[in-house]
Write a protein that binds this ligand. Structure first.
Ligand code: UDP
Length: 232
């Protein structure tokens, strides 16, 4: 397999079909735009398990993703997509950057959920995008943006229903979408505690990457606990 791209948490290889790629989940953990970095044994496997669980759940509700099949403990086969250079963050409760940027008190509920867009560009530190910025940047067509925002809110309803019944609060999460060669817009990347905030219901106890960002404990242990709670 030829390595096409290596990111902070994944490696992308070509596959035997020109319209598909193999994605390997790495054990690397990073935070603060790569300033904090570690290799944590078993993290890749665990995040693939979460991604499989959530993507299967979303597929069963009609949300299409780039996943073609899950191959082994750390790899999946996906349709090749052109990823929109936009990260979509959905927030049900205030935490993280929204508290630092705008002074919201941690734990405040956003109803309806807040949707934010960030430019996917590490060299610029993934800045927040206003809708008016988009008029001057050739990042996404207006109708495609409307579609992914709607998908993100549908995904929110599906995830909340599942997580709430298991005693987990979905605080916020980041999604990425891409366009396949046939023009279809697909959910891409992953859904795991690396790109979501999950709190034990009724508390602000994190079972997500904040454990690592804020040195609150052992990431692999916390992710393992969430696997157990969700029955994965
Ligand atoms: N997030 C992510 N990748 C990023 C930035 C954010 O997966 O590059 C996720 C993050 O894990 C959280 C949500 O998006 O679940 C909102 O993150 P926030 O804007 O609060 O930034 P952070 O606190 O992670 O700096």
């Amino acid at each position: 397999m030829k390595l096409l791209y290596e990111g902070k948490a994944k490696k992308i290889y070509n596959s035997d079909q020109s319209d598909q790629v193999i994605i390997e989940f790495k054990d690397d953990a990073t935070a603060f735009n790569g300033l904090k970095k570690d290799s944590l044994d078993g993290k890749g496997k665990i995040n693939l398990k979460f991604t499989r669980y959530f993507f299967d759940l979303l597929h069963s509700h009609g949300i299409k993703s780039h996943v073609v099949s899950f191959l082994d403990e750390t790899t999946l086969k996906a349709k090749k997509v052109d990823i929109f250079q936009i990260e979509l963050v959905v927030r049900n409760y205030a935490a993280g950057s929204i508290c630092k940027r705008l002074g919201f008190e941690k734990g405040i509920k956003f109803s309806p959920p807040m949707v934010e867009l960030f430019l996917k560009d590490d060299s610029l530190g993934d800045p927040l995008l206003c809708k008016s910025h988009l008029k001057y940047m050739n990042l996404i067509a207006e109708e495609d943006l409307l579609f992914i925002e709607k998908q993100a809110l549908k995904i929110n309803d599906i995830l909340i229903e599942c997580l709430d019944s298991k005693g987990i609060t979905l605080v916020d999460y980041k999604l990425e979408f891409g366009k396949a060669q046939d023009g279809e817009i697909l959910l891409a990347d992953e859904i795991s505690p690396d790109n979501c905030r999950f709190w034990v219901k009724g508390t602000m106890e994190s079972l997500d990457k904040d454990v690592y960002r804020e040195d609150k404990g052992d990431l692999v242990q916390s992710y393992g606990r969430l696997l157990e709670i969700l029955g994965i």
